[in-house]
Ligand binder design. Structure first.
Ligand code: PMP
Length: 312
């Protein structure tokens, strides 16, 4: 757990237990066949309001629902119940800092590969501040591993099975001296990184691959597309060719955990002048304001954790 902080508690199939007691069978299909869907959300501490705000909870719950539907994990609690249990756990953990929430649904007990139940689920919360890469930026390589396809192991859903592909790409990137990978799809255009989506700028306009390019339907990506216009930035969704990475004026990587990480180089070729770009910084600032509840128009994206609004 070293760099993750130790979650004090977990919700295990609806009961709050000490984190160390949250265990599953070593023969659960969720483990042996990766029949597991998950979600990662952030909640941001707001000191002025003494409140912890979870970001875009319904969107994450919807995605968990459709991940479960695609891989046929049946009998999970509905979004309303999971949301209530998630908020109850977050409240019980009593954090007064930014946190990360991980929710998993899986096929439990000793079952066959095609077993659709019994469903098990767990929720944990841990302290998690902003990643250092947010300010520092990171260097990316292009992986020789291709993205798993929608008709093989659909990247659109957040299923643990997809992370084998991400892991192979990530390991290769590290071996080659990069911080992370860009994974191309079978057509040779950009899909995403191991754990986040990619935006590149050309001609002053941000471009991000469409949801059919072999990407997770990312909540952060969607958020950025929705809010970019507020700060005068344009985003289009279209396929990105590999060589466009080398021609990008700016680029960043995004996801719930990473937020927005400036990409400083692709394959050791600097992006722009090799520093976080001005539009990327502007969008980072706006995203920060939105997730922290400073933009009235998007307050409906925030769900308070503490019932009393005074951090208790
Ligand atoms: N792509 C992949 C493969 C991811 O693991 C993540 C992180 N969940 C993302 C994209 C970003 O998704 P989100 O913005 O919903 O966190």
């Amino acid at each position: 757990m070293s760099d993750h902080g130790h979650p004090p508690l977990a919700n295990m199939n609806g009961k709050i237990v000490p984190f160390g007691d949250a265990k599953i069978s070593i023969m659960a299909p969720g483990l042996t066949f990766a029949v597991l869907a998950f979600e990662g959300l952030r909640a941001y501490w707001n000191d002025d309001e003494q409140q912890l705000f979870a970001f875009r909870v319904p969107e994450h719950m919807d995605r968990l629902d459709f991940s479960n539907a695609v891989i046929e994990i049946e009998g999970c609690p509905d979004a309303e119940k999971l949301t209530a249990e998630m908020l109850e756990l977050a409240e019980a953990c009593a954090f007064r800092q930014d946190i990360y929430i991980r929710m998993q649904t899986y096929v439990d007990e000793w079952g066959a590969m095609a077993a659709t139940g019994p469903a098990g689920y767990s929720i944990v919360c841990r302290a998690r501040g902003r990643v250092a890469a947010f300010h520092e930026g990171r260097h990316f390589g292009v992986s020789s591993w291709r993205r798993n396809e929608d008709d093989a192991s659909p990247p659109r859903i957040k299923a643990s099975a997809n992370y084998l592909n991400s892991r192979l790409a990530g390991l290769e990137a590290k071996r080659n001296g990069y911080d992370a990978a860009v994974i191309l799809n079978r057509d040779g255009s950009v899909s995403e990184g191991p754990g986040g989506c990619i935006f590149v700028m050309r001609g002053g306009q941000f471009i991000t691959p469409p949801v059919t390019a072999g990407i997770l339907e990312s909540v952060t990506r969607r958020t950025l597309i929705e809010i970019a216009g507020d700060v005068g930035l344009e985003v289009i969704q279209r396929d990105i060719g590999r060589t466009e990475l080398y021609l990008a004026e700016e680029a960043f990587y995004c996801g719930t955990g990473q937020e927005l990480v400036p990409i400083l180089s692709f394959e050791r070729k600097p992006v722009g002048d090799g520093q976080p770009g001005p539009a990327t910084l502007k969008l980072q600032d706006h995203y920060d304001a939105v997730v922290r509840g400073r933009v009235a128009a998007y307050r409906h994206w925030l769900t308070p954790v503490y019932a009393n609004g005074d951090g208790t």
